[in-house]
Design a binder for this molecule. Structure first.
Ligand code: M6R
Length: 611
C-alpha cells in the first residue's frame, strides 16, 4: 500500500522524507516521488520502480527545502508509471498532494473539473484532489483542503503543501492510516510510525474526518466543518532498533527469531505467575456478556484468518461456544445473520485491513459486540472495535506475517482459557495447567530455532527448493498449520502450494501426487496422529515425496518419510504455535535460496488498506 511521509522544520526535508520512505518500503510500492518548496518555488522529482532509482535521480537533481511531501505508490488507478506517481499537482503546479486510499467518485469529479477547465496530467484518482483544492483556494490552504474533501467520497490519507504557504503542511484522513509526529521546531506526517521514529516518538494518530494544519510549532486539528478538535499525542514505546533488521539478512528472519520473546510479551500482563486468572485490561467486554454470548464470529484475512481458525478450534473445544469463522471479504458482502449476544473477534496484525474494518462495521450495525485481536496500537480496527486485545508483538515489517501469527494464536488461546472459566467449562486447575503449558512455548520455540540444520538442509535440497508445486496436509488444530505453511511458501518463494485438511486428500488432491510433488505433512503427537500416518503411507504408496513435521522422539515416522523436521512435545491444541516455526523457516530458506525478495514479495503489500 502507498506510503506517505511529510516534513516541516529547519532541516533538509528531502533527506528526512527519503529516510522515512525507505522505512515504509515494507508496505510495497511500484513508484515514488518527492516535492518540496524552496525559495518560494515548488520542485518535484519522481521515479518508477524502487526507491534506489529515486535516490539516484535526486543525486543528479539536487532538491532542497525545509518543507516537503513524499510518497511511495502502489498502483490502484492507472498503471505504475512516473506520470502516475505522486505527488500530483493542480494546474499551475503550485499545490502538491500525496494520497493513500481510493477516491470512489473520482471519475465524476474529474469530468466536472475538466468541464471547468482543469487539465489532468495523470490517470490517478489522486490528481482530482489537487485540482479540487485549487478550485476552492482563495488564499487559505487549510480551508481549501477542508472544502475540497467535502466533495470527495472514498478512503484517503493525504498530505498537501502549497507554494504560497511555505510554513504550512496540511494533512487529513478518512479510512487510510496517517500519523503526525511532533518534534522540537519540526513536525512530520507518515503512514506509519517507523518512518519517523528516528526523529520523534511523540505521535498523533489522526482520526477519520480530521484535518490537520501542521506548522513547525505544532498541529491544529479540525473536522471537515471547521470545528476544532482536541487531540492528545501518544508516546510510542518502540525503539528505533525495533524497526531495523538487527543483523539478520531479512526482516522476516529476524521476526521469526523474535517469536520466543513475542510469545512472552503476548502473555505479559495477562497472566500472573502461578495464577489461573487471565485478564485483558483493554477488552471492554463484561463477563456477563461473555456468559450470555450465544455465538462468536471470527473474521480476518490471510494469515490472520489461519490464526482465527486455530482460535475457532480452541474456543469450541474448551469453551463450548459456537464459533463462525469467515474471511472478512466474504463476511462483509453476505448479509450475515447476527443473533443477539453475538461477539465478533476480528484478527488483524496491521489493524488497517480494509475488508476486516468493513466486516466490523457490518457486525456492529447488526448489534454485535466487537473485541479485536490487533497488533498495531491505535490502528483503525482497534479504534472501531468496542474492545481490544493487543498482541504486543512489536512492529512486523516483513510482508510475510510470522510473529504476528503465533502471537495471534497465543492471544486466542489465552482468550479461550478466560472464556472457558467464565462459562464454567474449565476448572481453575485446568486453567492453571493450560497457562503453564503456554508459558513453556517460548523455550520450545527457542529449541526449534537452535536446531535449524535439518530445515536448512531440506531448503537446499533440489527436490524441495526446485519444486514447481507443493502440498501441505494437516488435521484438526494443524489444518490451519497446513494452510499457513502453504501460504508462506507461495507468497515468498512463488512455488505454487496448497494447504489441505488431510482428510480431504482422497477427495481430490491425491491426484496430484507424483515423485515431483513434495507433500509437507504435519504429524505431531495428538488425537489425529495415527490418521496422519495413514495419509503419509498413502502418499508414499504413490511415490510421493514426504516431508513430515513430527514430535521430538518420534522415530517411527522416519520410516514413512523422506525427511523429518522435529518440534518439541506439546499439547496438540497449542502445537500450531510451534509448527509455525518450521513451516516459516522452510519457506524462508527456500525463498532465499531461490533469490527471491523475501521481505517484499512481488505484487504483495504489507497492509491491504483497499479492497
Ligand atoms: O494486517 P492483517 O493481519 O489484517 O493482514 C492480513 C493479511 O493481509 C496478511 O496476513 C497477509 O496474508 C500476509 N501476507 C500473510 O503473510
Amino acid at each position: 500500500m502507498c506510503g506517505i511521509v511529510g516534513y516541516i522544520g529547519e532541516k533538509n526535508a528531502v533527506e528526512i522524507i527519503m529516510s522515512g520512505l525507505h522505512r515504509l518500503e515494507y508496505r510495497g510500492y511500484d513508484s515514488a516521488g518527492v516535492a518540496v518548496i524552496h525559495n518560494g518555488a515548488m520542485a518535484c522529482v519522481k521515479s518508477l520502480g524502487k526507491l534506489v532509482a529515486l535516490d539516484a535521480k535526486l543525486e543528479e537533481n539536487t532538491l532542497a527545502g525545509r518543507i516537503g511531501i513524499g510518497h511511495t505508490r502502489w498502483a490502484t488507478h492507472g498503471a505504475p508509471s512516473e506520470r502516475n506517481s505522486h505527488p500530483h499537482f493542480d494546474g499551475p503546479m503550485e499545490i502538491a498532494v500525496v494520497h493513500n486510499g481510493i477516491i470512489e467518485n473520482f471519475q465524476e469529479l474529474r469530468e466536472q473539473l475538466k468541464s471547468e477547465g482543469a487539465e489532468f496530467r495523470s490517470d490517478t484518482d489522486t490528481e482530482t484532489i489537487a485540482h479540487l483544492v485549487r478550485k476552492y483556494y482563495t488564499g487559505d490552504l487549510f480551508a481549501a483542503v477542508k472544502r475540497a474533501l467535502a466533495d470527495v467520497e472514498g478512503a484517503y490519507a493525504i498530505g498537501v503543501i502549497a507554494q504560497d504557504h511555505p510554513d504550512l503542511l496540511v494533512a487529513a484522513r478518512h479510512g487510510s492510516p496517517l500519523i503526525v509526529g511532533l518534534g522540537a521546531g519540526e513536525a512530520f506526517i507518515a503512514s506509519d510510525v517507523p518512518a519517523i521514529m528516528k526523529y520523534t516518538k511523540d505521535v498523533l494518530y489522526v482520526e477519520d474526518g480530521h484535518v490537520c494544519a501542521i506548522t513547525r510549532d505544532g498541529c491544529r486539528v479540525e473536522d471537515l466543518h471547521g470545528n476544532p478538535v482536541a487531540v492528545t499525542p501518544s508516546h510510542v514505546d518502540w525503539d528505533e532498533a525495533a524497526a531495523e533488521k538487527e543483523g539478520y539478512p531479512h526482516f522476516m528472519l529476524k521476526e521469526i527469531h523474535q517469536q520466543p520473546d513475542v510469545i512472552r510479551n503476548t502473555l505479559r500482563g495477562r497472566v500472573e505467575e502461578g495464577s489461573d486468572a487471565v485478564s485483558f485490561p483493554d477488552m471492554n467486554i463484561a463477563e456477563e456478556e461473555l456468559e450470555a454470548c450465544q455465538k462468536i464470529v471470527i473474521v480476518a484475512c490471510g494469515t490472520a484468518w489461519h490464526a482465527g481458525m486455530v482460535g475457532k478450534y480452541l474456543i469450541e473445544r474448551f469453551a463450548q461456544v459456537d464459533v463462525e469463522l469467515d474471511l472478512s471479504s466474504e463476511y462483509r458482502y453476505r448479509d450475515p445473520a447476527v443473533p443477539p449476544n453475538t461477539i465478533m473477534i476480528p484478527v488483524s496484525q496491521s489493524g488497517e485491513t480494509a475488508d476486516t474494518l468493513e466486516a466490523i462495521r457490518v457486525a456492529k450495525r447488526k448489534g454485535a459486540r466487537v473485541a479485536a485481536i490487533v497488533n498495531v496500537v491505535g490502528s483503525s480496527v482497534a479504534r472501531e472495535s468496542h474492545g481490544v486485545i493487543y498482541q504486543q508483538a512489536g512492529p512486523e515489517i516483513g510482508v510475510a506475517s510470522t510473529k504476528a501469527y503465533t502471537s495471534q494464536c497465543t492471544a486466542l488461546a489465552l482468550f479461550t482459557i478466560w472464556l472457558a472459566q467464565i462459562r464454567a467449562q474449565m476448572t481453575k486447575d485446568e486453567a492453571q495447567g493450560m497457562i503453564a503449558q503456554l508459558r513453556e512455548l517460548p523455550d520450545k520455540m527457542q529449541w526449534i530455532l537452535d536446531h535449524q540444520e535439518d530445515i536448512v538442509r531440506c531448503a537446499n535440497d533440489p527436490k524441495y527448493r526446485d519444486a514447481q508445486s507443493a502440498l501441505y496436509l494437516g488435521r484438526s488444530y494443524n489444518f490451519p498449520s497446513a494452510l499457513e505453511g502453504a501460504l508462506k511458501l507461495k507468497e515468498i518463494s512463488y512455488i505454487h502450494a496448497e494447504g489441505y485438511a488431510a482428510g480431504e486428500m482422497k477427495h481430490g488432491p491425491i491426484a496430484l501426487v507424483t515423485e515431483q510433488l513434495p507433500v509437507v505433512c504435519v504429524a505431531v503427537q495428538g488425537d489425529t496422529y495415527e490418521k496422519m500416518v495413514s495419509n503419509i503411507q498413502e502418499i508414499r504408496a504413490r511415490n510421493g515425496t514426504v516431508l513430515s513435521i513430527a514430535t521430538v522422539g518420534d522415530d517411527r515416522i522416519r520410516a514413512h518419510s523422506d525427511d523429518v523436521l522435529y518440534v518439541p512435545a506439546c499439547p496438540e491444541p497449542f502445537s500450531p504455535i510451534l509448527v509455525a516455526l518450521p513451516v516459516q523457516l522452510l519457506a524462508y530458506y527456500i525463498a532465499a535460496n531461490r533469490g527471491c525478495d523475501v521481505d517484499q514479495p512481488r505484487n504483495l503489500a504489507k497492509s491491504v488498506t483497499v479492497e
